[in-house]
Design a protein around this ligand. Structure first.
Ligand code: UFG
Length: 327
């Protein structure tokens, strides 16, 4: 199949491109390299371009004639979205509209969309399933929810199939150590903890210790990026075979607290770094854990790396290599 991948030079996109390439698909990555890297595109070709540039996008899609599109390009930092909401709505919503309009002009009907567990906000019940009410608590989550709604409306109106994969906390690196999280400003817990172990930060801040969880810190469902990449390959085949799209949670179905992660990072690295307990971070939900029964049932997704220490180990090995890569 011919697959057009926006944001394919980024962390998750590049892992999916690697998986798609391994299955023999022909790939064209479209990425503005604002947070991604050309070296991360291990399969197919890369066009440096922005989704805001509709005319260029249209020319590229016309020439490539994809069977399916995977749309990763987006801004993803919750805290930044609270400070700069317009930037998030423009990048995540307006640029998605551009892509959808160009797809429509070119009669491309299959889309896999990178959504997020952030659409759930603070769910009433955890593990949360796909039918839960969507009540995001930050502009990032809203931006993903709006795009999901657009996809739903479009698929009801015309021939258009989509799957929105709601990612929980994606972490870890490719087992061959070729690609991983390489965005310098990443604020994600595992990355920050590893960088602290490496000495890049004096201490790791623990945001909030008075949540109503067993140890007072937030709980998240950490999923290895390679398992997530496989889910994308499965869902694309499923859509192309006429499967009924919709929303799919991507998580393992159990969570770890911030303190659990800190202990695991110390164990895996063998480094005892400092932590500092601070105020809650705006926009954080206390507990986000996936009910993954839908994706297991409908796509027969069988994750292979449901092991926090393995996730951290691959991320640590990657982190130690990273300077040479981004220098
Ligand atoms: N945290 C810290 N210290 C840090 C960084 C994070 O205590 O230095 C805490 C956060 O407050 C939160 C938890 O660690 O409680 C996880 O935070 P991350 O920033 O790693 O991830 P988020 O849960 O905020 O967000 C991620 C993705 C979203 C996705 C969400 C779904 O960025 O796209 O997971 O679970 F929606």
């Amino acid at each position: 199949m011919r697959v057009f991948v926006t944001g394919g030079a980024g962390y998750i996109g590049s892992n999916v491109v690697k998986a798609l390439g391994g299955k023999g698909h022909k790939i064209l990555v479209y990425d503005n390299l604002s947070t991604g890297h050309d070296w991360a595109v291990l399969n197919g070709d890369l066009i440096v371009g922005d989704l805001a540039d509709r005319i260029f996008l249209d020319n590229v899609i016309k020439a490539f004639r994809p069977d399916a599109v995977m749309h990763f390009a987006a801004l993803i930092q919750v805290e930044e979205s609270v400070r700069e909401p317009l930037k998030y709505y423009r990048n995540n919503v307006v640029n998605s509209l551009n892509l959808l309009e160009v797809m429509r002009q070119n009669r491309i009907e299959n889309l896999v969309f990178s959504s997020s567990a952030a659409v759930y906000g603070t769910p009433e019940k955890v593990p949360v399933n796909e039918n839960a009410l969507l009540t995001p608590i930050n502009p990032y989550g809203y931006s993903k929810m709006v795009v999901e709604q657009i996809l739903k409306d479009l698929s009801a109106a015309e021939d258009f199939n989509y799957a929105a994969l709601r990612y929980f906390n994606v972490a870890g690196a490719d087992y061959e150590g070729k690609i991983g999280q390489a965005y310098k400003e990443s604020t994600h817990l595992i990355t920050r903890a590893l960088k602290t172990a490496k000495g890049e930060f004096g201490e790791l801040k623990i945001f909030g210790t008075n949540y109503s969880t067993a140890d007072g810190t937030c709980i998240r469902d950490y999923i290895h990026v390679t398992d997530l990449a496989e889910a994308h390959c499965l869902v694309m085949d499923y859509l192309l075979e006429g499967g009924q799209g919709g929303e799919f949670n991507c998580g393992y179905g159990h969570g770890f607290s911030v303190r659990d992660v800190v202990c695991a990072v110390k164990r895996v690295t063998g480094i005892d770094f400092k932590t500092e307990e601070t105020e809650r971070r705006t926009g954080d939900s206390p507990i986000l854990v996936a009910d993954n029964s839908k994706i297991r049932r409908e796509l027969d997704w069988r994750p292979l790396y449901d092991d926090l220490e393995y996730i951290i180990k691959t991320a640590w090995e990657w982190e130690l290599k990273l300077e040479a890569k981004v220098a």
